[in-house]
Design a protein around this ligand. Structure first.
Ligand SMILES: NC(=O)c1ccc[n+]([C@@H]2O[C@H](COP(=O)([O-])OP(=O)(O)OC[C@H]3O[C@@H](n4cnc5c(N)ncnc54)[C@H](OP(=O)(O)O)[C@@H]3O)[C@@H](O)[C@H]2O)c1
Length: 320
């Protein structure tokens, strides 16, 4: 089969499409013919081994898995002896942030990982695009005590994380103000944003309004800059560590702070997030934003685009 492969942490230019043998199937595994996968920000970390902390999970000196890819949607073509929850021909999708080797024509995945049957009303491309950003959003929002009518400001509504957050928050009837560039103002309004701030025309940190939560989904701001936007007991969340890795530290000392606080949720089991995501894509409450689509052969180009930090939602890789 064809697979995107590298043996060292590297830039996209050194990622090769090579012919490799089909993965050998374990007793608890299914073999899936991949119909769609994505290149996402987690993939960029897995490819390059940066930030360095990621190597603690995917290989200290070189990648444990030479084939890249963290998500897939496809069709089961074979199964191990111990697998009873999936059958050949089932349409499935799955995600694992430490790598699944799914940038390939076939992927063998343990059924202990986060895999679900794909809802029939959702395409393979949508299913693959509904995973990475949404997984993180599930954990960023999970422990907030969201009430209908609460106000939240999302910085970066066109990112995979920010856009999934906007749609998830609609599910909780929360009032969302969101930032993006001019071209996407109407798109985000149509997705349920109450107010859209064009960040090319207005600096969101200077608006004279207050929110229960500020979620910096692109990590371009800071607690200090966003503090005036928070109500007296408001909470700041960021998807990034911060310029000086201050966000986890501030979250740690937050219980000692009076009033405004910082949370830095750490995502874990994708099984939990996928159960929630599956419900929302099945009933149409979450439709992942898809930007460019690339042929599998052009995957290095897809990586370069995602690394630019300019993708809108998700970048999909197709095989046919
Ligand atoms: N904490 C975690 O576990 C975790 C996991 C995954 C990712 N992350 C981090 O979370 C961040 C977001 O990830 P993502 O996948 O959502 O990113 P992404 O899809 O690559 O997001 C980029 C988007 O953000 C927009 N954007 C960039 N600067 C902006 C600004 N100043 N104001 C408003 N919008 C802006 C871009 O639009 P324009 O091109 O129009 O500017 C683009 O649409 C990344 O920094 C990533 O490294 C964290």
């Amino acid at each position: 089969m064809k697979a995107a492969i590298r043996y060292e942490y590297c830039a996209p230019d050194l990622l090769e499409i090579a012919r490799v043998t089909l993965p050998r199937l374990g007793e608890d595994e299914i073999l899936v013919k991949v119909k769609a996968t994505t290149v996402n920000r987690t993939d960029c970390g897995v490819l390059t081994g940066k930030p360095w902390a990621i190597r603690l999970f995917i290989g200290l000196f070189k990648p444990v898995r030479p084939v890249t890819g963290t998500d897939f949607a496809g069709i089961v073509v074979d199964k191990g002896n111990n697998v009873d929850q999936f059958e050949v021909c089932d349409q499935v999708y799955g995600f694992y942030d430490q790598g699944l080797s799914s940038h390939a024509e076939y992927v063998a995945v343990s059924t202990k990982k986060a895999i679900l049957k794909k809802p029939e009303n959702v395409t393979f491309e949508q299913a693959a695009a509904s995973l990475e950003g949404a997984h993180y959003v599930f954990y960023f929002l999970k422990d907030l005590k969201l009430n209908a009518g609460d106000r939240i400001l999302i910085n970066g509504g066109t990112g995979a994380i920010g856009n999934a957050a906007l749609q998830f928050l609609k599910h909780f009837n929360v009032r969302v103000t969101v930032t993006c560039e001019t071209e996407f103002v109407e798109v985000l309004k149509s997705q349920g944003a109450e107010r859209v701030i064009d960040y090319l025309k207005e600096n969101f940190t200077t608006i004279n309004e207050q929110f229960d939560y500020v979620f910096d989904a692109v990590g371009k701001s800071s607690f200090g800059k966003c503090k005036p936007l928070l109500k007296p007991k408001g909470i700041y969340i960021s998807s990034e560590l911060g310029k000086n890795w201050q966000n986890p530290f501030l979250a740690l000392i937050s219980p000692l702070m009076i009033g405004k606080k910082v949370k830095f949720p750490v995502p874990y089991s994708a099984k939990r997030s996928m159960t929630f995501i599956n419900k929302l894509i099945s009933n149409g409450e979450f439709v992942p934003l898809i930007d460019r689509k690339y042929r599998f052969e052009d995957i290095a180009e897809a990586y370069r685009y995602v690394q630019s930090g300019q993708k809108k939602g998700n970048v999909v890789i197709t095989f046919d």
